[in-house]
Design a protein around this ligand. Structure first.
Ligand SMILES: Nc1ncnc2c1ncn2[C@@H]1O[C@H](COP(=O)(O)OP(=O)(O)OP(=O)(O)O)[C@@H](O)[C@H]1O
Length: 441
């Protein structure tokens, strides 16, 4: 689906290439994080995939097309198959939420009937059905990013590219955005996301491609953010470590209600401990009711874990004033407050059960049904790409995210207390002089 062969990119007037001999293959349905310190080449990589720029050498194929052979005239057609989301949302300020999303379809000449159906469906999916008439300045940052995501997916792209989509958002809001991206991926869309958000990368356990000075230094399935892309561990005080751990504990705990709902849904439809099976909706009204009831029960149970994590985070936040080089204190406290007093994910589109139902059948039928994109040029004969296949057979489409795996223990707070999280994050390593100065988590 995306293939880089020995790709280099050198900008005019620069000494070193931004990308230096990159080989990368992304298959249909994958969720890939691209991580790395600032300036490592993440955005350059995304820009090449989008054909916003051309490589200096090497070959790039996306959706079966050799990008260097697509004429400028055909580039807009090519891009119809790619959705893009950026850190700064890039919404049209003088248009309503509805019109921002509809505009994408109007530009490419979709019929009014199609637009009238697709836009509400997509807004429903991102949880903004009731904000269709609002203008961007009337929305929170998280809501604006949801509009941007709706705009990116309304034309059912094969690939969703996200460049630091949570960069301007607080942890709790970011969590909702990540859940949304995960649901979109679960419906079959390939997601490629450049990010500095170590916590989410660690938790989601998807494929991680790490860049350092334009070179891929790691390509790992189910990886974490990695130390070289993170803060220098040696700089962390004990209190700082505690905050770091607690932040992840809070995020995990905040996920718990949804996990519980997911598990209840899965439990109603498939054998436990079988993460390879796709969750499918309940087969009858009775089943659906039972599932909803179980989800509610499970969510209630898990709220205790949320409260516990919140208390833990508040305690950590008190200590964190002394922690140098750590700016996550406020974020941890915010997440704690969210977890303690409000629904765990205030920006989430709906209840946990509703959130995950679209990832199964309804999404494929409605806003996330990814029809075959219209052809935009001659097919590349060299590459036997799966561009025209149906979308729901991707590897991730059949996979439950690993942290929702019923077989995986999920006592995040306990993990935090016992130091297992630190181990998971690689924070127990001593004398690590390989770390790069990256973003503060
Ligand atoms: N248009 C440009 N002209 C010249 N140099 C550029 C240009 N764009 C990027 N670079 C350089 O290429 C290198 C990689 O930049 P890139 O934006 O891809 O990194 P990044 O990993 O996305 O960084 P960040 O996380 O800060 O966004 C950097 O050294 C940057 O200065």
């Amino acid at each position: 689906m995306i293939l880089f062969e020995n790709v280099s990119k050198k900008y005019r007037g620069t000494q070193k290439p931004a990308l230096d001999g990159i080989d990368l293959k992304v298959d249909r349905g994958e969720f890939v994080f691209i991580v790395g310190a600032s300036g490592s080449g993440k955005s350059s990589c995304l820009r090449l995939i989008l054909r916003e720029d051309l490589q200096t050498s090497g070959k790039i194929h996306v959706l079966g097309q050799d990008l260097s052979k697509i004429s400028s005239r055909k580039v807009p057609y090519f891009r119809r198959n790619l959705g893009t989301v950026f850190q700064d949302f890039r919404l049209l300020q003088n248009k309503t939420v509805y019109d921002n999303v509809a505009f994408t379809l109007q530009v490419i000449g979709k019929s009014r009937g199609f637009i009238q159906e697709a836009v509400p469906d997509t807004l429903e999916m991102v949880g903004l059905a009731n904000k269709a008439k609002r203008f961007p300045h009337e929305l929170s940052g998280g809501e604006q990013q949801r509009v941007a995501i709706a705009r990116a997916i309304v034309n059912k792209p094969a690939i969703l590219m996200a460049d630091e989509p949570t960069g301007n958002l607080d942890p709790a809001t970011s969590l909702g955005i990540m859940q949304l991206l995960r649901a979109i991926n679960a419906s079959g869309t390939t997601v490629v996301m450049a990010t500095h958000e170590a916590t989410f990368v660690d938790i989601m356990q998807q494929r991680v491609v790490e860049l350092s000075q334009g070179i891929i230094v790691r390509d790992e399935v189910g990886g974490g953010y990695g130390e070289t892309a993170s803060i220098p561990v040696s700089d962390l005080s004990a209190q700082g470590m505690q905050v770091l751990r607690t932040t992840e504990a809070v995020v995990r705990a905040a996920l718990a209600p949804e996990e519980a709902a997911m598990l209840a849904t899965i439990g109603a439809t498939q054998a436990p401990n079988d993460p390879d099976q796709d969750p499918t909706p309940a087969s009858s009204a009775t089943d659906a009711q039972a599932t909803a009831g179980e989800a509610a029960d499970a969510a209630e149970t898990s709220s205790a874990a949320v409260a516990e994590a919140a208390a833990d985070a508040e305690a950590a936040a008190e200590h964190a004033e002394q922690a140098e080089n750590i700016e996550t204190t406020e974020a941890a406290a915010q997440a704690a407050a969210q977890a303690a007093g409000e629904p765990a994910v205030p920006q989430a589109p709906a209840t946990a059960a509703e959130m995950f139902q679209p990832a199964a059948e309804p999404v494929r039928r409605e806003a996330s049904v990814y029809a075959e994109p219209a052809p935009f040029g001659e097919a590349d004969e060299e590459i036997d790409d799966d561009f025209t296949d149906t979308r729901d057979a991707g590897p991730q489409a059949k996979r439950i995210p690993s942290f929702l795996d019923p077989g995986r223990p999920m006592d995040a707070v306990r993990m935090s207390e016992t130091g297992n999280l630190a181990e998971h994050l690689g924070l127990l390593r001593k004398n690590d002089d390989e770390t790069d100065v990256g973003p503060v988590r």
